[in-house]
Design a binder for this molecule. Structure first.
Ligand SMILES: *Cc1c(COP(=O)(O)O)cnc(C)c1O
Length: 355
């Protein structure tokens, strides 16, 4: 039997509603980020039902999937397009995040040719060192956007905790709000949107520490998994089990926990570290890196420990399970963000949606 991923759409909708409501009380609009589920339209629909302003994804093929399935929702392209993607970007998304003058020019031309207005949010790097211009360069970028008659300079934004692991702080977001003010003054743009980051910004909203003026967040993991990605802590009022993975056991045997024989690199070129805990009841589940990628699985029931995975085998310690499992039995796991992403793409996984 194939590994089965169950996606609980009502739980997803309720997570969305909770996050949207929390943000709404602080004057912040939420865009639902679908890149973790490869632009899955059913997930997108649940987010829209939960009240998000629109759907955001880093990849154009995912946005195209959403548009084809859902009609005409507001779509945001999160990963700055390349100049060559300008036509497809303006044909697909209402708004895109940008950091290059060359790309703004290409977007302006593409929008003019299509006779549409395309909105741009200019990204500022406030320390995470992924996308965005340095604060001192944002005016020049804004002037370039204003030169394009078919572009609307909709706002500025920042991203955190993605590459450098740099957390958003009240100070960095005040800086973003101040930069928006300076751009308004210098260019005369109304600059409605100050986009203050991703799920890692939610704790600031919850603690009522989000600076006034930030009025948009782009939320993926916080809705999908109900967690603050920077700490892994559950978000109040959300469920952490929207995604449940079930895999079949193919071996259950008592074995020494320490390997025997000379140890070298394993299948992934790493030298494994083993702790000798004596004889343990071990189980193998029929799932591996092919399905979960670089992600990890957390057992959904007690008495199960994940020891590791190779391409096709998940190695478990089930000594504490009551009653002891048997081959052919099935165990449930909660996948993390990376595992959800891989499971949504894997070919030999049965994905079932709970309506
Ligand atoms: C992925 C991404 C998000 C969403 O991140 P989460 O941590 O899943 O909320 C928001 N903004 C940008 C630019 C992204 O790339």
């Amino acid at each position: 039997m194939l590994p089965r991923l169950e996606i609980d759409l009502p739980a997803l909708e309720s997570n969305t509603r909770r996050v949207v409501e929390t943000c709404r009380l602080r004057g912040i609009q939420v865009w639902g980020v679908t890149k973790g589920v490869r632009g899955c339209p059913r997930v997108g629909l649940a987010m829209l039902r939960g009240g998000v302003e629109g759907l955001a994804d880093s990849r154009l093929p995912n946005l195209i999937r959403l548009r084809q399935a859902l009609g005409d929702p507001s779509l945001m392209l999160l990963r700055p397009p390349s100049p060559a993607q300008a036509q497809e970007a303006v044909g697909t998304a209402r708004v895109s995040l940008n950091s290059e003058i060359l790309t703004l020019t290409a977007l302006g031309l593409a929008a003019a040719a299509r006779k549409v207005e395309h909105e741009v949010i200019l990204m500022v790097d406030l320390g995470d060192r992924r996308e965005g211009v340095l604060p001192g360069d944002v005016l020049e970028l804004a002037r370039a956007a204003r030169r394009e008659r078919s572009l609307r300079l909709a706002g500025i934004g920042a991203n955190f905790a993605c590459f450098g692991g740099v957390l958003p702080t009240a100070e960095s977001l005040v800086e973003l709000v101040e930069l928006a003010g300076r751009v308004r003054m210098a260019t005369g743009a109304s600059l409605d949107t100050v986009s203050g980051g991703n799920s890692s910004s939610l704790p600031l909203v919850i603690r009522a520490a989000m600076p006034a003026g930030v009025n948009q967040l782009r939320i993926g993991e916080g809705i999908l998994l109900g967690r603050d990605p920077s700490t892994g802590e559950p978000l109040p009022g959300t469920r952490q089990d929207v995604f449940r993975l079930e895999a079949e056991l193919i071996e259950v045997q008592r074995k020494p926990s320490a390997p025997c024989g000379p140890v070298a690199r394993n299948a992934f070129g790493r030298q494994p570290v083993h702790i000798d805990r004596g004889d343990r009841l071990r189980a193998l589940a029929a799932i591996g890196v092919q399905e979960i990628g670089a992600g990890t699985l957390c057992p959904a029931s007690g008495g199960v420990e994940v020891l590791g995975a190779s391409s096709d085998h998940l190695v478990l310690d089930v000594t504490a399970m009551e009653p002891a499992p048997r081959p052919g039995g099935r165990l449930q796991f909660l996948p993390d963000y990376g595992a959800v992403l891989a499971l949504m793409m894997a070919t030999d996984v049965c994905r079932q949606y709970r309506e």
